[in-house]
Design a protein around this ligand. Structure first.
Ligand code: AMP
Length: 403
């Protein structure tokens, strides 16, 4: 009998689908790809098989009216590589779902009941959950016989103690509207904290780690013995660190001040804080490479944006150091964390008294492998640990359906 060892991972956005097909016998990627601009005339599918004779990037541009059309196009590309979704080797589909609320602390096989619950969470994740739901519906229609698993961005953070998860606002109002700190990027924080423990040669239960997920979206988490005890994102992914286009922490009064004084609507302020703030709001660029280039040319606006970004990051390192009491490692991950040596250097500069330091030569090394960048004498390990959310989703999906 053919073993169903393949898992298809789908990350569905409002007008895009990212996908990876993995073989869980050795976690090998068989194909990766992306469909963009779904619903437009210029939809584009970029498909890269990573095994066999078909290896090599392929691209097709053709109108794809909806997620179903996009997924059918993906299925065709995979079939052309002998990796068709109708193959008995495909054992499950793992879906990234952004908001799982309080209910979903574990990966979950998707049933009609689970779908209803994910829909119930749309008011707290209006940008993300509807797209995830569309992706799930489409995949279920394509292969109704296959187990489909939801892996939630919020799940890893459900272990946060109540005093870290609650805002200090009226409890009745908060509970009526499910207002609390949920946290996001949980799949990445889970993977990176575990991988960091492995890098130290320890079991996750033995180590305390501060994970800094610095991509276009950015979040920090405090992980004690493998369990998240605090994280910087809150009700939505807006809170916390300075990000590419999001402000991170601001006084909530900024919102009603803008309503009263600038006559802005809730939607306009939402757009301002989520899409026109952060690095892009401060200096016009959200790509750290461009910001560093401008700083090298003496650009003061770029320098100030960088300094604000680092100042916030340092505050969270300090805060989570205090929350954890003892820190074994600080791990940098995601686009900026994995690639921007100046960010890593600046984030821990001056924290030697806390046992934190970065070795300039180790920090300059470029690699896809997890690695230490702290000097041997440092009490706290500083690490660069590339994140792999798709692998984590595939592993969680595979473990669940084979349990
Ligand atoms: P992510 O959201 O994890 O894909 O990260 C995307 C961000 O990573 C980009 O917006 C860039 O700011 C940053 N990034 C990617 N490569 C580099 C690099 N080589 N140096 C500095 N920043 C980078």
């Amino acid at each position: 009998m053919t073993q169903s060892t393949r898992v298809l991972v789908l990350n569905s956005g409002s007008s895009s689908v990212k996908y990876q097909l993995l073989d869980m016998r050795d976690s090998a990627r068989l194909a990766v790809g992306l469909v963009e601009r779904i619903g437009e005339e210029t939809s584009r599918l970029v498909h890269t098989p990573l095994t066999g004779e078909g290896a090599g990037r392929r691209e097709r541009t053709a109108p794809m009216a909806d997620h179903a059309a996009a997924l059918n196009a993906v299925a065709e590309e995979l079939a052309a590589d002998g990796l068709g979704l109708d193959s008995p080797e495909l054992g499950a589909v793992g879906h990234r779902v952004v908001h799982g609320g309080l209910k979903f602390s574990e990966p979950t096989v998707i049933t009609d009941e689970v779908m209803k619950e994910i829909e119930r969470l749309v008011p707290v994740a209006p940008l993300h959950n509807p797209a995830n739901i569309t992706g799930i519906r489409t995949a279920r229609a394509l292969r109704p016989d296959l187990p489909q698993v939801a892996v939630f961005d919020t799940a890893f953070h459900t272990s946060m103690p109540e005093y870290a998860a609650r805002y200090a606002i009226d409890t009745v109002t908060a509970d009526a509207h499910r207002i609390r700190r949920y946290g996001f990027h949980g799949t990445s924080h889970a993977y990176v904290s575990r991988r960091t423990a492995a890098l130290l040669g320890k079991d996750p239960s033995e180590v305390n780690v501060i994970v800094l997920h610095l991509g276009n979206g950015a979040s920090a988490s405090a992980v004690r013995g493998g369990r998240c005890v605090d994280t910087s994102m809150g009700l939505t992914p807006l809170e916390g660190l300075v990000m590419g286009t999001r402000s991170g922490d601001v006084d909530a009064a900024v919102t009603f001040h803008l309503m009263r004084v600038a006559g802005m609507s809730a939607d306009e302020i939402d757009d301002l804080l989520n899409k026109k703030s952060g690095l892009v709001g401060l200096c016009g660029d959200n790509d750290m490479r461009e910001i560093r280039r401008r700083i090298d040319e003496g650009d003061q606006r770029a320098q100030l944006a960088f300094d604000i970004y680092i100042h916030r990051l340092k505050k969270y390192i300090g805060a989570y150091y205090a929350v954890l009491g003892r820190v074994d490692a600080v791990a940098f991950t995601a686009g900026v964390g994995e690639n921007a040596a100046p960010v890593r250097e600046a984030a821990v500069a001056g924290l030697e008294e806390l046992g934190l330091a970065v070795d300039a030569d180790l920090n300059a090394v470029r690699s896809d492998e997890p690695r230490l960048i702290s000097p041997e004498y440092a009490c706290v390990a500083v690490a660069v640990v590339p994140t792999d959310e798709e692998l984590e989703i595939a592993q969680q999906t595979y473990s669940l359906v084979n349990a």
